[in-house]
Ligand binder design. Sequence first.
Ligand SMILES: CC(C)(COP(=O)(O)OP(=O)(O)OC[C@H]1O[C@@H](n2cnc3c(N)ncnc32)[C@H](O)[C@@H]1OP(=O)(O)O)[C@@H](O)C(=O)NCCC(=O)NCCS
Length: 235
Amino acid sequence: MSARPLATRRGWAHLVLTGAHGQDTALARPDVIATWLDTLRRAGFEGVRTGAVGPGVAADLTAAGFTAVQDLVLLSCDLTTGPRAGADPRIDRIRTRWARQETDIEEVLGIDAASFGPDWALDRVAFDEACAATQRSRLMACRDVDGTAAGFVLAGATAGSGFVQRLAVIPDRRRGGTATRLLAQAHRWLAGSGCSTSVVNTETSNEAALGLYQRFGYAPLPYGLRVLERPLGDR
Ligand SMILES: CC(C)(COP(=O)(O)OP(=O)(O)OC[C@H]1O[C@@H](n2cnc3c(N)ncnc32)[C@H](O)[C@@H]1OP(=O)(O)O)[C@@H](O)C(=O)NCCC(=O)NCCS
């Protein structure tokens, strides 16, 4: 467990729980959780929000006074079947060592904020954590002829398992096939990186994303994830 300031809410902490995505993963004894909360209080935080956690961890946190603020469905698709997309010249594959990486990332974080809103947008630290969550990761942007990015996808691969970590298209460019192009290229990269499956999560109420993923053959896993939070004023 580690914690850092939550960029989207002043005075709150973001609780980073590594490996908390599993269906049966349990967290820690209630007294240990109480110690974490005390530590955060003493550090001056007024509240705490988790990242996405599996049902076992969510149950432990609920017992410790946390409330779910986001319900996510986990979806998986097989990358070994079906046609693989060819290279798409509109998709810019951004390597971390490229000199213009910083401007690319700023542009992408702007799209992210416009898409997910101020309370759920990725800040730079969270973006770096998402990149580091898998052994390999690749950021791809879909560019207009003038070079402006209309959308992006962040894909990650670990030991044959692929993940679509983040996907967004600027609001006034939606329903034009941008996400379809991005996801096809993410799958191309994941399959080329040796992944046989791809997993993504999205809010249970996100009809647009669910429609998109369904078209690519994603199906729900038997369990979902939750983001939880808790004010720290009470004990
Ligand atoms: C989800 C999102 C990425 C889709 O981007 P997009 O470029 O508009 O998607 P596409 O144009 O490629 O649409 C492909 C298909 O997805 C589905 N879809 C997309 N938007 C939809 C909507 N608003 N309602 C229902 N289905 C939708 C449709 O099946 C669509 O095919 P169609 O247009 O032929 O009907 C975009 O709405 C977005 O950025 N949303 C906010 C961020 C987000 O939710 N990201 C994904 C969650 S992790």
